[in-house]
Ligand binder design. Structure first.
Ligand SMILES: Nc1nc2c(c(=O)[nH]1)N[C@H]1C(S)=C(S)[C@@H](COP(=O)(O)O)O[C@H]1N2
Ligand SMILES: [Mo]
Length: 417
């Protein structure tokens, strides 16, 4: 037994050193004690099964958490925290790291006591239990991004927050399982003058939004499952509305009521909030779609460059109008662009992962990314955006982000004109 262990270790040592030499080009001479000396974790038994019945990340990953910005809101019940985008890879956001945005705290709902009602301009008003929904034929699985319309909202007035977690972290992308909303609406029978739908939450905020019936019928979902398990309380357990490609505010959590009407309701979240004041005093309203956007997540202020030589730049791109077609990356503030390598699934209305493998010689960089979607829409610069929108807006800032990478690798949120 012990002989075998020694032999295996000797083999792995050689292989490990050879691998390291290839990767760094020329490091090989001094043997690495972490390879040549037996470590504690190699000598003693580890925890058995069931030490942690619902698994959690390694204790060495404790820094990978959602974070809030204390001065941003007066209370934690009506507040937001942010997805640590710079710590993630691939396109799926782990459930425990999905940013949270609540207007009245996280409702704690007993699933057995939860109901979904459909009423208003329908032939047959209906009330569903969670069990009814789970027995309903035609369940679907879809991955979609959810972006709060206020994502990057603080950046309208110039570079503010130092980290993509804070500038861009009001976005998450998970798998949903649930029903097409159409299936339920068809069962209730929407009357011909039923043109709008009001979705209402069961939380203390009683969030309400008006949604055009065409969108409701096209691709909206009522979902009870994310990333394979029940929705997290923060994300609307036991039931939430999924409104693909449209602003996060419309994705009503703790969904309890759907009313069909012939006009929009003009509630608070679509009048005083989630509208954009233009320079001439008029406001944009019903700005539902999230336009194409991207951000380089590494390097970024919380993830500086650590070494010269080979480096991997990566980031995320998404569009509420369709699939991401192409992402370009600039290292010199938008003078020269290289098309990034898109890797992994390219799903419509979902986050898309891109990479640029590059050599860093220690030069100062101005890192940017620019997304294009399959409608031909190109992500604008911040100046282009301000020329149309002015600077009164909070919502819908999809301008190109710039990170300044200094000679020592430290990285900062900046704006260039
Ligand atoms: N019932 C209810 N639904 C809600 C909200 C809320 O406060 N109450 N917040 C909305 C806003 S503004 C956003 S951006 C998204 C956030 O979803 P998340 O918490 O899963 O990130 O939920 C939306 N749905
Ligand atoms: Mo939001």
């Amino acid at each position: 037994m012990s002989d075998k262990t020694v032999n295996r270790r000797a083999f792995m040592t050689a292989a490990g050193l050879a691998g390291a030499a290839v990767a760094t080009g020329a490091r090989a001479q001094t043997p690495d004690p972490l390879i040549t000396e037996v470590q504690p974790w190699n000598k003693q038994l580890g925890d058995g099964v069931q030490a942690n019945p619902y698994g959690s990340p390694s204790k060495f990953e404790k820094h990978v958490v959602r974070r809030d910005v204390e001065w941003l809101t007066v209370s934690r019940e009506s507040s937001v925290n942010f997805t640590p985008l710079h710590e993630l890879d691939g396109i799926i956001t782990p459930s425990g790291l999905c940013f949270e945005r609540h207007h009245g705290g996280v409702a704690e709902i007993e699933p057995g006591k939860h109901r979904l009602m459909i009423h208003g301009l329908v032939d047959k008003p209906l009330v569903y239990t969670m069990d009814d929904l789970k027995r309903f034929p035609g369940r679907i699985n879809r991955a979609y991004f959810l972006e709060c319309a206020a994502n990057s909202g603080m950046e309208w007035k110039g570079a503010q927050l130092n980290g993509c977690q804070f500038t861009h972290g009001m976005v998450h992308n998970v798998w949903y399982a649930g029903l097409p909303l159409k299936a339920l609406l068809d069962q209730a029978g929407v009357k011909t003058n039923g043109k709008w739908l009001l979705a209402e939450g069961a939380d203390s905020a009683g969030m309400t939004r008006s949604i055009p019936i065409d969108k409701a019928m096209k691709d909206c979902m009522v979902a009870w499952n994310m990333n394979g398990e029940a929705l997290r309380p923060e994300q609307g357990y036991p039931l939430r509305l999924v409104v693909p490609g449209w602003e996060g505010n419309m994705w009503v959590k703790w969904l309890r009521r759907l009313e069909i009407g012939d006009q929009p309701w003009h509630h608070r979240e679509e009048t005083s909030k989630y509208t954009d004041l233009l320079a001439d005093g008029r406001s944009r309203r019903f700005t539902w779609i999230m336009d194409a956007k991207s951000v380089v997540t590494n390097p970024s202020p919380q993830a500086p460059l650590r070494a010269k030589g080979p480096n991997v730049l990566t980031g995320l791109a998404w569009s509420g109008r369709g699939a991401i077609k192409r992402v370009d990356v600039s290292l010199d503030g938008g003078r020269n662009w290289t098309t990034a390598r898109i890797e992994g699934p390219v799903l419509p209305l979902s986050l898309t992962r891109f990479y640029l493998d590059f050599d860093w010689d220690g030069r100062e960089l101005l890192v940017q990314s620019r997304a294009m979607d399959d409608t031909g829409y190109v992500q604008p610069t911040k100046s282009e955006l301000r020329a149309v929108r002015g600077v009164n807006s909070i919502y819908h800032n999809n301008g190109i982000q710039t990170w300044l990478v200094r000679g020592d690798g430290e990285t900062e949120n900046v704006e260039i004109s």
